[in-house]
Structures are given as structure tokens and as C-alpha cells.
Design a protein around this ligand. Structure first.
Ligand code: AP5
Length: 210
């Protein structure tokens, strides 16, 4: 399954829940890149300035990462992709990676208007260790800056500032919305309203998958 949606639309929040519900891995290309940055790898070194600016990392790099990740045994029964594909080139390549012999992809687009996005993102906090997602107003950690789940530090992402968010939104409209159109033409796209409490959005997603 693939999640498409603008930055801050709730892809990560909902994908984590679905991953627990269906017992398949949540594969977030954003999380993978942030791990590479934290580990100081060559990939991380290349991706860090691009991400901080709110631009997209190159298709070649991203396709290589996803190809390797989907080849791991835990992805064989299924997977939830969050953040990939983000361009038409990536979508076309994904078709060749997953082939035609498995279950058809399900593609879910979370609909959230741009004006709700900036507030969601600038108030987001993320656990530096387990990746749990918080929001200072809607879902704050019980104790300031400490993750409820693992006790690690809860921080703001480097690209969660207003300037980078606006660039990420621009990239979404220009490069990722055509991906939704690509899947719509194949009758694989389900659109879900992403506004409202997290539990309600999750119920809508479950209904759309039934
Ligand atoms: P990535 O990490 O994928 O970021 P993104 O797409 O911008 O999405 P976000 O993680 O910001 O938001 P989300 O939709 O997951 O929302 P969340 O659930 O956290 O990518 C980062 C960067 O990596 C890119 O800019 C690019 O540079 C690079 N990259 C990654 N993949 C790439 C690719 N394939 N190709 C090229 N480059 C790539 O929720 C947001 C906030 O809202 C949270 O605080 C949450 O608590 C809150 N919230 C969630 N749901 C609700 C709700 N229903 N109501 C109110 N608040 C809510």
C-alpha cells in the first residue's frame, strides 16, 4: 500500500497504525534518510542539505534505496510505503520493482488543505529514537521533550520550519500530485479526508480499504 499526501497530512501517523493493524512494515523514505543523516553515511551527507531546503532528493538515489528495502524478507507479505513514490519517474519504476505477480497496489491519498499544513508541521515534534510523532497542541508528550514510548528526547525536525514547509508544499503540488493522477488513471487511488481527529481519519482509511 502507498500513502500519498502533502507534508504534514498525517501519512506517518496513519501508516504506523496501519502497519500495526496489518503486521506489515511501515517503510518511510523520510525516516530512512533521517537515519542515514544521524549515522553520518554518504547518503545522509548528500541528502541533508536537500531535505533542509525542502527539495526532493534525486530519483536515482531514492529508487536504489527502495529497491533494496523491498527486497528484504519482511516486505514479502506486504508493506506500507510512506513518502515514495513522490515523482512520476519513481512511480513508473515502482511498477517494475513490484511486478505484476503480487496483489495490486492500493494507493491512499490523504486530502488536507495547504492552510492546515503549516500549523500541523511547525507544532510537530518527533522522537529522536523511535520516531513516535507528537503535536504540541493535539497530541503532546506527557512530559516535555521526553518520548512517552521510549523515554528518548523529542525534537523538532530540521525541515519543520515555515520556509522549508512552503517549499515542500510546492514540491508536492508540482511533482507528487501527478503521481496521484497516475494511480487514478489505473483505478487504484482512494481519496480520504485527512481533516479531523486522528482516530476518525483512521476509521475513514479502514472503510476505504474494506
Ligand atoms: P518525509 O519525511 O516523507 O516528509 P513529508 O512528506 O514532508 O511528510 P511529513 O513527514 O512532514 O508529514 P506526514 O504526512 O507524515 O505527517 P505526520 O503524520 O508526521 O520527507 C522529508 C524529506 O525527505 C522530503 O522533503 C525530501 O527532501 C526527502 N524525501 C523523502 N522521500 C523522498 C522521495 N521519495 N523522493 C525524493 N525525496 C524524498 O503529521 C504531521 C503533524 O500533524 C504531527 O504533529 C501529527 O501529530 C499531526 N497530525 C497528524 N494527523 C493529524 C490530524 N488528523 N489532526 C491534527 N493533527 C494531526
Amino acid at each position: 500500500m502507498i500513502f500519498i499526501g502533502p507534508p504534514g497530512s498525517g501519512k506517518g501517523t496513519q501508516a504506523k497504525r496501519l502497519s500495526e493493524r496489518f503486521g506489515v512494515p511501515h517503510i518511510s523514505t523520510g525516516d530512512m534518510l533521517r537515519e542515514a543523516i544521524a549515522e553520518g553515511t554518504e547518503l545522509g551527507r548528500q541528502a541533508a542539505p536537500i531535505m533542509a531546503e525542502g527539495k526532493l532528493v534525486s530519483d536515482d538515489l531514492m529508487i536504489g534505496i527502495i529497491k533494496d528495502r523491498l527486497a528484504r524478507p519482511d516486505a514479502a507479505p506486504g508493506f506500507i510505503l510512506d513518502g515514495f513514490p513522490r515523482t512520476l519517474v519513481q512511480a513508473e519504476k515502482l511498477d517494475t520493482i513490484v511486478g505484476n505477480d503480487g496483489e495490486p497496489l492500493r494507493v491512499l491519498q490523504l486530502l488536507v488543505p495547504d492552510d492546515a499544513i503549516v500549523r500541523r508541521i511547525t507544532l510537530r515534534r518527533t522522537c529522536s529514537s523511535c520516531g513516535a510523532i507528537y503535536h504540541l497542541e493535539n497530541n503532546p508528550p506527557a512530559s516535555d521533550s521526553v518520548c512517552d514510548r521510549c523515554g528518548a528526547e523529542v525534537i523538532a525536525r530540521a525541515d519543520d520550519n515555515e520556509e522549508a514547509v512552503r517549499k515542500r508544499l510546492e514540491a508536492f503540488h508540482r511533482q507528487t500530485l501527478p503521481v496521484a493522477t497516475f494511480y487514478k488513471a489505473k483505478s487504484l487511488l482512494r481519496e480520504v479526508d485527512g481533516i479531523g481527529p486522528v482516530d476518525e481519519v483512521f476509521e475513514r482509511i479502514e472503510k476505504s480499504l474494506a
